[in-house]
Each structure stands twice: as structure tokens, then as C-alpha cells.
Design a protein around this ligand. Structure first.
Ligand code: FCB
Length: 481
């Protein structure tokens, strides 16, 4: 590891220059920052319902107000411009644009995203839009949600609605954010909305999310300008076997299948992996689930693969110790999210952890990126999320000093740089998150922002990491070079 002690000046001899056109970004997601949950015609999503259900989110927090980005987006864009941020990855709230998940768009919803996009463009910031960051219209969940095939069609219709208003303004589109979390945390462990714990429904959801992506790619390609780039963002688990034993290696294979290849297989290689089908075949009939033509649709070419990375995943053979809950750190429940691999043991890595309890392993990001570059050499990559929660507090002068976050970001950016030097075609990096926000099942207790949000007053204070990131961007890399 290359960690210098927090707060120290980084080794001046290190000159990590990034490619000239590298995209330096920051990311958020609609439900985590917007608030204005009942304004402009927006109706509840599964996350409104879930967060308003007692016991689902820490301290009963909801996204009703969040960071009030819906009203304060102009200030937030100005803040980004002042920091020199080159691209803003935000998500579009489906129930704000198409309240019931069916039928025509609501103009007020579209107008909000058009205003946001225009404000970004005026500030010289590239808008990067994600169509789905987990906020399914509640009515679609009431009709069965992602385990229902029809939801994939609804998603394609929703994608079409966005293209007329935003198609000429947004150059980079992402269909889904982390479909693993939507399927396996939403329908498997139930720690995310809609909070169901049904193994077969989890795998059905995964397939229909893949299908939704494929159908949306078809619609977007047809309707967007030829220059538009289309992507999907996956939280690929960097899975390591705890030892080299055959049993531990098989545990890693099984988690890789149900954590990664259930998506990368159909999306990038046009097929579900045989071992995944064998491992989960007792839970559902894959042949009935996957219709003729689905895989062709799902594997439509994309222009960029978004990768979100936070922490490594270390596993060992069934019943081999206590280990982590294996819930990928997004909250623990009585049910495992690892459908068909519930018996595998999970372990923390040695060393420091973030406030989420997530192990810190920058090398894992290098391994992930170079591995993808080897397996899919022609596919450009983008780190669409990376960052860390720490217990940030303003000092007496109101400043927020967050050396641990600076160290985390520094070391992960150095890993990205190393991956590029080793041949990975990484086009950009988005810090998660621009500002503190609603961290799903943890509510507002976990702060991932480079900008501190005082929720009582909605005051924004850039932390030291924001100033540090601004310098990195201005320099085009780490160190002095
Ligand atoms: C990712 C999510 C993002 C945020 C970070 C910490 O899995 O995409 O919304 O919660 O984790």
C-alpha cells in the first residue's frame, strides 16, 4: 500500500499524470440528495415506502428532504465549478419523470433535469445521467417489481421519454447503477427497498434488470444522437479466496458467479455462466426465465463500462469461521444476499477500515481494472464511484478536516493510474460523493461527501478532501510532477 500518514504532503517524487482528456467527476443519486419527495408531481418510489417503514432505515431517516438538491442544484453546480470538477454523475428519479412508471412524462419532472443539465453545461461541467439508481416507482413494485418481466418493458418506455428532452444535451448515459444491489439487497437480503427476502425472485430480478438494460440500450441507440455514449455501472466484487485451498477457491468462484458474472456474463459475453446455472438451478428454472432473444438484447454493445469500487471481498469455504455478515456492507439482515451461495464465509481484510466497516484495499481496484482490461480489451472503463465514509465533524472554526478520506482517495487514484499504465483504458473517475447524503439503510449517519452538509441548515462546507481533489484536478494528477 502506498498510504502516507494522513495530512502529510504526498511524496513529491510521485508524478501520477492522468491522460489529458481524463474525466474528473463527482457523483450523487436522486433519492440520496434531491429531497422534494412530493413536489412537481413526483410520487413514491420503493425507497420512499421503505424508508417510511419503521425499522428499515437507521434512526427512521428518509429521503424526504435529503440534501435539498432539488432546490439548491444551482448552488451545488457553482460549488462544483469552483472546485474545477469536470463531470457530474447524477441520477434521474423515475417517479419524478413518470410518476406511476407508466404513460406520459410529467413536464415538471423533465424540466428539472433539463434545468440541471443546462446549468451544468453553462458551468462547463459534463452531465452524466444514470437512468436508474434504485428508485423504482412504487406502483411498479405493487405490480410485482423487478422479478416481473414487464418491468423491463416499463424501463425501456421510461428511457424513451427522456431522450426527446435531454438527448441533445447529455453525451454519456448509464442505464442502471449496481443492479446487483437492486436484485440481491432488494429481493434477497431485504436490507434495501423493497425489502423482500425471496431467493428465486432475486435471480428473476437480476435477469429482468439485465433485460431492462438491453432494451433501454436499444431505445437509446435508436433515439439519441450517434455521438451519445451508453454505459452501465456495476459494483463488481473484487473476490479473493482466503487461502489457496481448492475449497476456498471454489467459494470465491461461487461468489464471483452470483456477485459478478450473473451480470458480466450476459451483458458482455452474451450468456449466463454454466456454473451459475448449475449452482442456482435448484432455485429456479432458468430456461423458463430466459426467453429466446433475451441474450441478444442484453448483450447489445455498450460504449463504456462503469465500475464502482469500495472494498475487497474475501471468502472461504462454507462454515469456515465467523467472518463478516457477507452483506457487502450495505446493512445486515437475517437473510443472506448471496442467493445460492448463502453458506460461504466472509472475512475482513487486515488493516484500516472506513466508518462503514469496509476494508481499505486500493490494490483491489487495480486488480479489478486490469482484469477487465484483459478479459474485455476493447471496452473503455470508467470508475463511476469510489470513496469512503468517515466520521467527519466541523471544528471550532467550522472547517472539516478529513485526512483519512484524502489518504483513501489518493491511494485509489494512484491505483487507477497504475492500472492505466498497465494498459487499462480508464477514461474517468467519479468521487462518491460530491456531498454528504442519505446513505440508504444507514440514513444520514454515514458521510461520504467531499462537501459537508449540515442538514439542519443545509449549509455546504467543502471538506479538506474537496480542496485536495480540486488541486488534483487542476494538476491533472497526483504529486507535483
Ligand atoms: C454504492 C451506491 C451509492 C452509495 C455508495 C456508498 O453502492 O451506488 O449510492 O450508497 O455505495
Amino acid at each position: 500500500m502506498t498510504s502516507a500518514s494522513p495530512g502529510n504532503t504526498r511524496t513529491p517524487s510521485l508524478s501520477h499524470r492522468f491522460p489529458r482528456d481524463f474525466l474528473w467527476g463527482a457523483a450523487t443519486a436522486a433519492y440520496q440528495v434531491e429531497g422534494a419527495a412530493a413536489e412537481g408531481g413526483r410520487t413514491p418510489s420503493i425507497w420512499d415506502t421503505f424508508s417510511h417503514t419503521p425499522g428499515k432505515v437507521a434512526a427512521g431517516h428518509t429521503g424526504d428532504t435529503a440534501a435539498d438538491h432539488y432546490h439548491r442544484y444551482r448552488d451545488d453546480v457553482r460549488l462544483m465549478r469552483d472546485l474545477g470538477i469536470g463531470a457530474y454523475r447524477f441520477s434521474i428519479s423515475w417517479p419524478r419523470v413518470q410518476p406511476t412508471g407508466r404513460g406520459p412524462a410529467v413536464q415538471q419532472g423533465l424540466d428539472f433535469y433539463r434545468r440541471l443539465t443546462d446549468t451544468l453545461l453553462d458551468a462547463g461541467i459534463e452531465p452524466v445521467a444514470t437512468l436508474y439508481h434504485w428508485d423504482l416507482p412504487q406502483e411498479l413494485e405493487d405490480a410485482g417489481g423487478w422479478p416481473e418481466r414487464a418491468t423491463a418493458d416499463r424501463f425501456a418506455d421510461y428511457a424513451a421519454l427522456l431522450t426527446d428532452t435531454l438527448g441533445d444535451r447529455i453525451g454519456l448515459w448509464t442505464t442502471l447503477n449496481e443492479p446487483w444491489c437492486s436484485a440481491f439487497l432488494g429481493y434477497g437480503s431485504g436490507v434495501h427497498a423493497p425489502g423482500r427476502t425471496e431467493p428465486a425472485a432475486t435471480l428473476r430480478a437480476a435477469h429482468h434488470l439485465n433485460l431492462a438494460h438491453g432494451k433501454a440500450v436499444g431505445v437509446l441507440r435508436e433515439r439519441l444522437p450517434a455521438t451519445a455514449r451508453i454505459s452501465i455501472t456495476l459494483n463488481l466484487h473484487q473476490v479473493n479466496a482466503r487461502t489457496d485451498s481448492a475449497a476456498d477457491r471454489d467459494a470465491a468462484r461461487r461468489i464471483d458467479a452470483v456477485g459478478n458474472r450473473v451480470f458480466t456474463g450476459p451483458l458482455l459475453d452474451g450468456a449466463y455462466p454454466e456454473d451459475l446455472l448449475a449452482d442456482t438451478g435448484q432455485l429456479l428454472d432458468w430456461e423458463r426465465l430466459v426467453h429466446d432473444g433475451d441474450l441478444t438484447e442484453i448483450s447489445r454493445p455498450i460504449d463504456v463500462l462503469g465500475v464502482n469500487y469500495y472494498a475487497p471481498t474475501i471468502v472461504s469455504r462454507p462454515d469456515s469461521g465467523t467472518g463478516d455478515s457477507g452483506d457487502d456492507g450495505h446493512g445486515s439482515g437475517a437473510h443472506s444476499p448471496w442467493t445460492g451461495a448463502e453458506d460461504i464465509a466472509f472475512h475482513p481484510a487486515a488493516g484500516k477500515r472506513t466508518a462503514m466497516g469496509w476494508s481499505i484495499d486500493p490494490d483491489g481496484l487495480h486488480t479489478l481494472l486490469t482484469g477487465l482490461a484483459r478479459s474485455h480489451p476493447r471496452l473503455p472503463l470508467m470508475v463511476t464511484e469510489n470513496g469512503a465514509a468517515f466520521d467527519d465533524r466541523p471544528d471550532a472554526e467550522g472547517r472539516v478536516h478529513d485526512p483519512d478520506r484524502i489518504a483513501y482517495l489518493h491511494d485509489h487514484l494512484a491505483a487507477v493510474h497504475r492500472a492505466i499504465a498497465d494498459g487499462a483504458d480508464v477514461r474517468g473517475y467519479f468521487l462518491w460523493s460530491l456531498m454528504d447524503n442519505f446513505e440508504w439503510a444507514y440514513g444520514y449517519a454515514k458521510r461520504f461527501g467531499a462537501v459537508y452538509v449540515d442538514y439542519a441548515t443545509q449549509t455546504r462546507t467543502p471538506k479538506s478532501s474537496a480542496h485536495w481533489y480540486a488541486e488534483v484536478i487542476a494538476r491533472g494528477g497526483l504529486g507535483r510532477g
